[in-house]
Design a protein around this ligand. Structure first.
Ligand code: 13P
Ligand code: SF4
Length: 311
């Protein structure tokens, strides 16, 4: 007897149509997932896209806070995520109860929170930001207002440097971006003197000081397309190199590495929990579903809409 083989790509396409589903994916997903997505983007693009979809169901190939954002903006749609355990170290660093106690110490401050956080933490915030719009949104706050910025202290420090604003920072970090080795990066720069270094603002300041350009994943991709440099040292999760190669096939991309060059600590372990098999199963079974309690959703949506209104 010949064993049956499932052609995942065509089955996913069939199930997508059958269930009226749109697949949104982040740049840090595996290449095959990026290739079957209807839309790929950074956190801001994906939030905007989630607001615009007309399908009955959204399958979010990314991490939990991204799928939750899609649900907050689309309460009547069903939102699926391939693996419910796809979290984020920044979101985990900032539980709502501890954040509530923290913000009560600064009652007059505007609470600006990076989108990499839970719905409960968003619900305690005045405005959500992404790495793409954080500088502009902080600049839009009247200069005499104090600001709390959470949960990424490196992104917060970078925004403080760009805007000249002092902010009270929550002490969270991304386990991927804080791990890039400065020693290895400098070695790559010395060996590739013509290379342009591009970095995500979740990196520590010493790493960002070595970069020619700093921006969100979408901005890094645009830089690769627009800048005349031929070689780029990429200091962010290497999943995005798939789109860089597709959009600039004549250019060379060198991924930055962690201290132990043989480990895969430059890849996001949460993003990489998603697989084509899990996407197929989620579409087939309608699970796992992302849900948000209505009072939390309403408060979180207010802070998200404030971001979308300002960017
Ligand atoms: P972007 O919004 O730049 O895509 O960043 C998301 C993220 O989680 C980076 O680690
Ligand atoms: Fe979170 Fe870092 Fe993974 Fe982005 S790369 S999802 S910030 S753990």
């Amino acid at each position: 007897m010949i064993a049956t083989q499932v052609d995942l790509e065509s089955e996913i396409a069939r199930l997508k149509k059958e269930t009226d589903t749109v697949i949104l994916a982040h740049y840090y997903q595996e290449d095959d997932i990026q290739d079957i997505a209807d839309f790929i983007g950074d956190s801001l693009d994906l939030a905007r896209q989630a607001q615009a979809v007309t399908h009955k169901q959204i399958l979010f190939a990314g991490v939990h806070f991204m799928a939750e954002t899609a649900k907050i903006l689309n309460p009547s749609k069903k939102v699926l995520i391939p693996d419910l355990k796809a979290g984020c170290s920044l979101a985990e660093s900032c539980p709502a109860d501890k954040f509530m106690a923290f913000k009560s110490k600064y009652p007059d401050h505007v609470v600006i929170t990076y989108i990499n956080c839970s719905a409960e933490t968003k619900a305690l915030s005045d405005i959500i930001v992404t790495s793409s719009n954080a500088v502009d949104i902080v600049n839009s706050i009247p200069p005499d207002r104090g600001i709390i910025f959470a949960p990424d202290r490196y992104l917060g420090a970078w925004v403080m440097k760009q805007t000249g604003r002092d902010m009270v920072l929550w002490d969270g970090t991304c386990i991927v971006h804080e791990t890039f080795s400065l020693k290895h990066l400098i070695r790559l720069k010395v060996r590739n003197p013509d290379a342009r270094v591009i970095a995500h603002p979740e990196c520590p300041e010493a790493t960002l000081n070595e970069a020619h350009f700093v921006g969100s994943t979408r901005k890094l991709l645009n830089d690769v397309i627009q800048n005349p440099a031929k070689t780029f040292i990429v200091v962010t999760e290497p999943g995005i190199i798939h789109q860089m190669k597709k959009n600039a096939p004549d250019k060379t991309f060198i991924p930055a590495l962690g201290e132990d060059e043989s480990c895969s600590c430059n890849t996001c372990p949460y993003m990489k929990l998603n697989t084509m098999e899990k996407i197929y199963l989620a579409l087939r079974t309608g699970r796992p579903e992302v849900t948000v309690a209505e009072p939390i959703r309403i408060a979180a949506e207010k802070a998200l809409l404030e971001m979308l209104r300002r960017s």
